[in-house]
Design a protein around this ligand. Structure first.
Ligand SMILES: Nc1ccn([C@H]2C[C@H](O)[C@@H](COP(=O)(O)OP(=O)(O)OP(=O)(O)O)O2)c(=O)n1
Length: 129
């Protein structure tokens, strides 16, 4: 009982942040800055080498794949999925994105710029009807 307040606080803080996050216009730069702060506060930069980040990302792709494993084809919008499953899916997609951003930063690749350039190249390679 004495610990209840201490346990509740982080939960409440996360709920508050989730409400604020719903109305945020998220950019790759913002995520990159937040990830740099997160790693710095934990002295994790030395572990965040390109190879380690790539392996961590691939592991998260595995966790993402597990969600879809053995359930047959899934229609767009995941109509018959439960909210908890969709939330889990969001977490795994986020893990992949967050490692991809950190990998790009560790390789000094401008991910947003590279993605825009790739869309331009794709448009040339696959012209519209
Ligand atoms: N050295 C690390 C460890 C974690 N993370 C961040 C990136 C991911 O968003 C998340 C991954 O954390 P976990 O390794 O705990 O993986 P999961 O969140 O998937 O937990 P679990 O594997 O228990 O489901 O934390 C990070 O940036 N650098």
């Amino acid at each position: 009982m004495a610990n209840m307040g201490a346990d509740e606080e982080p939960e409440k803080q996360i709920q508050k942040e989730e409400e604020e996050n719903k109305v945020m216009d998220v950019s790759l730069n913002l995520l990159s800055l937040k990830l740099k702060e997160f790693a710095k506060a934990r002295d994790w930069k030395e572990y965040h080498t390109p190879r380690n980040l790539l392996l961590a990302m691939v592991a998260e792709v595995g966790e993402l794949s597990e969600i879809f494993m053995w359930r047959g084809e899934v229609g767009r919008g995941l109509q018959d999925w439960e909210e908890a499953e969709k939330e889990h899916l969001g977490e795994e997609l986020a893990d992949v994105l967050l490692y991809l951003i950190q990998l790009s930063d560790a390789c000094e690749v401008d991910l947003g710029g590279a993605a825009l350039n790739k869309i331009s190249k794709n448009a040339l390679k696959y012209p519209p009807k």
